[in-house]
Design a protein around this ligand. Structure first.
Ligand code: DP6
Length: 320
């Protein structure tokens, strides 16, 4: 059996940072994201009697480092008694550099594995399984504007708005292409255990979610910009105050923020968000996207700018 799925990364506007149950990978806070259209991971999962172990190729190269987590994700969907699988992944953006490659990888793997195992699951069930592997992956099962609500025992996913009804553009300024220093899962646990700001972060999240949800419903860009930037900087403050401190930014990250402030002062519809890496995601009104791209391209230290619209959730590409 063989199936291929495609998934796009998503960018959180209200961030997931912290776990309330690390063993089950349940987030401590809800989050809101946008799913991108132009960056993708395609993942083929294949079973065969000839396979003696799981294997993973990423863009044609064997990768044993990421294999255990992907195997674990496939166990969650197919059960531990499953046959061995050959996984082939192709990705059109740098992996493990703070560009949400785990979100697109685990959501694509979940969709493909469910097909191979022939388990009929609805989108929310697939999202919960993907979320066991990586919290942010749950959101990539949905397109457009997505909320992952954190309710007691369950995470509940919902689509707040589809991509076409508010076609924002994201310009991602790549300031470094290497892998990040520490994965988000490990970093979150350090924050939970050591940051003096962590409990306030968790406490304030529902207020930020309410504000962002309303702004998205009203298509109020200025309000969304204000709450998304605030939530992003608050998350990074939690990280900076952790022990050891976690600073994912470089000098170009900061220069990009200055560029975006200047664009805002010039009346452009743009705001920034930054995840566990040095890249700056500039969320733009469609009419301002080109000007933002030009300004970010000229910002010192920016290696390249990737542009994306908003897109669909993870889906199968073919039938085995
Ligand atoms: C900063 O989903 O990568 O991007 O569940 O441990 O795999 P795990 O964490 P992950 O964390 C994402 C953190 C973030 C914010 C976000 O996407 O909400």
């Amino acid at each position: 059996m063989r199936a291929t799925a495609i998934a796009q990364p998503n960018i959180a506007l209200i961030k997931y940072w912290g776990k309330r149950d690390a063993a089950r990978n349940l987030p401590a806070v809800g989050s809101i994201s946008i799913t991108l259209s132009d960056l993708y991971t395609k993942m083929t999962v294949q079973t065969g009697a000839e396979f003696r172990r799981d294997s993973l190729l990423i863009n044609g190269e064997r990768n044993d480092q990421l294999l255990p987590r992907l195997s674990g994700c496939i166990d969650t969907v197919m059960g531990r008694q499953r046959d061995f699988v050959a996984i082939e992944s192709s990705c059109n953006f740098p992996i493990a550099a703070g560009l949400a490659s785990s979100a697109s990888s685990f959501s694509a793997a979940t969709v493909a594995a469910a097909r191979v195992a022939n388990v009929p699951l609805d989108t929310e069930a697939l999202a919960r399984l993907a979320g066991r592997a990586s919290g942010s992956a749950a959101r990539s099962l949905y397109g457009g504007f997505v909320e992952l609500a954190n309710e007691d025992e369950n995470v509940v996913l919902s689509s707040l708005r589809d991509a076409e009804s508010w076609p924002l553009v994201v310009n991602v300024a790549i300031t470094e292409t290497g892998p990040k220093a520490m994965g988000s899962g490990e970093a979150m646990e350090i924050s939970r255990k050591t940051s003096p700001f962590y409990s306030t972060w968790v406490k304030q999240q529902s207020k930020d979610l309410d504000a962002a949800r309303d702004a998205i419903r009203m298509r109020d860009f200025a309000r969304l910009a204000a709450i998304a930037e605030h939530n992003c900087l608050k998350m990074h403050s939690v990280m900076w105050a952790s022990r050891p401190p976690m600073v994912y930014w470089n000098s170009s990250t900061l220069q990009c923020l200055q560029t975006i402030r200047q664009l805002q002062n010039d009346g452009r519809g743009v705001f920034f968000t930054i995840d566990a890496g040095p890249q700056v995601k500039a969320v733009c009104l469609a009419e301002d996207a080109d000007a933002v791209r030009r300004a970010l391209t000229e910002t010192p230290g920016v290696v390249k700018v990737m542009r994306s619209g908003l897109g669909l959730g993870a889906r199968l590409l073919d039938r085995p």
